[in-house]
Design a protein around this ligand. Sequence first.
Ligand code: SDX
Length: 377
Amino acid sequence: MPHDFMPGLAGVPAATSSISDVDGQRGVLEYRGIRVEELCAKSSYLETAYLLLFGHLPTPSELQRWTNDVTHHRRIKFRIIDLMKCLPEQGHPMDALQAAVAALGMFYPGRNVKDIENNYWSAVRLVAKLPTIVAAWARLRHGDAPISPRDDLGFSENFFYMLTESVAHPLWSEIFDDCLILHAEHTMNASTFTGLVTASTLADPYTVVASSIGALKGPLHGGANEEVVVMLKDIGTAGKARSYVEGSLSNKKKLMGFGHRVYKVKDPRATVLQGLCQSLFKECGSSPLYEVALEVERAAGELLKGKGIYPNVDFYSGIIYDKMGIEIDLFTPLFAMSRVSGWLAHWLEQLRENKLFRPDQIYSGEHNRPYVPIDRR
Ligand code: SDX
C-alpha cells in the first residue's frame, strides 16, 4: 500500500530508538533520558559518549576501561598522515576528514559487523581517532608536522594540545568538552539517517561514519556553524544586524543558524552555548561577534515572529570556537568528532534488528517510449 510522499521524510519515523529524544515544542533534548543541560553540568564528553553507545552511565571501572581504551587508540597510522599530505592544502577539512576516515577502515578489521567485540574496538578507534585526524589536517595544510597525542591529557585537553602543542587553560577544555556533549547526538538528523542507511547494508563502521561525515558537511546541516561566523563577520557591527536580516529575508535567503525541522522554539543547545560564551568571555574578554549575534537574534525574532524560526545549535557555537582561535573551516569537523558517538550509537542499535533501508518512490516519468536512433534526433 503506497504511503503518502513526505518531502525530506518530514515527520516520518525511520526507526525506533532509545538513544535520544527531542521535544520540539518544549525545547527539550535528552540523551538516554537524561537532559543535555544536566550532562553538560555534571558529565564529560567521554562519559556521555559511553552513555550514548552502551545505554547507561558507566560504573567507575567501566569508565576507567573506556577512557583507557580511547586514550590508547588516539594515534593514527603513518599512511593516513601520508594520505593527508597528498591532499590539496586548500581543500576543506571535512573532505580531508571523510577521506581519512574512509581509509581508516583499510587498516582495521570491521567487515564482520556481527562481531560484538570487534564492533566495540571499531567504536573506540573512531571516537579516539577523529580528533587526531582533524588536528593533523589543521597542521599539515599549513606545512606543519602533526603533533602526537599525549596519553596524560584528557579528551578535550589533548585535542587542543594536538592543535597547538600547548595545554589549554582548564576552563577552555571544560567549555570545549561541553560543546562536544551538546553536539554528540540528535535523534534522526540527516547525517545520522545517512549513516543508518549505510549501516543497514552491513557496511563496516568506518564506511558508515565516512558517509555521515559527507551529509554533515552541507550548509543546511552541520556546515551551518561555519556559515554563521562568516555571516556575523560579514555583518561586522551590531548596528548593521537588522538591515542584514531584513535584506536576507526579503531576498528569501535563509539565515544560517536559524530554524529547525523539529524545534519550533529556541534550540536548548543554543541557550546552553550562550551560557558557555559568557563563561569564556569572563576569562578572556568578550567577542564582538556575540554582540552582532544578539542583534541578529533580536531582529529575526521580530521579523520572523510566529514562524517558529529560532536560533539552533549552530548559531552560537562558532563564536566560542572563534574566540578560542580555532580556524572557521574546522568548525564542522569539530561537530563531526563529537557526533561520531551518536552516529555509532545508532549504528549499534540498527544492527540489533537490521532491515535494509530501501524506500519507495512515486514515479513521475513516462512509459514505453521508443528508442530514437541518433540520426533522427
Ligand atoms: C543542524 O536535524 C537535526 O537535528 C540537525 C541538527 C543536529 O543536531 O543534528 O540540529 C544540526 O543541522 C541544525 C540546522 C543547521 N542549519 C541551518 O542553520 C541552516 C538554516 N536553516 C534552514 O535551512 C532550515 O531551518 C532547516 C534546513 C534547518 C530546516 O528546514 P526545513 O524543516 O526543511 O524547513 P523549510 O526549509 O521547508 O522552511 C520552512 C519555512 C520556509 O518558509 P516558506 O517558504 O514556507 O515561507 O521556514 C522558512 C523557510 O523559508 N525558514 C527560514 C529558515 N529556516 C526555515 N527562513 C529564514 N531563515 C531560516 N533559517
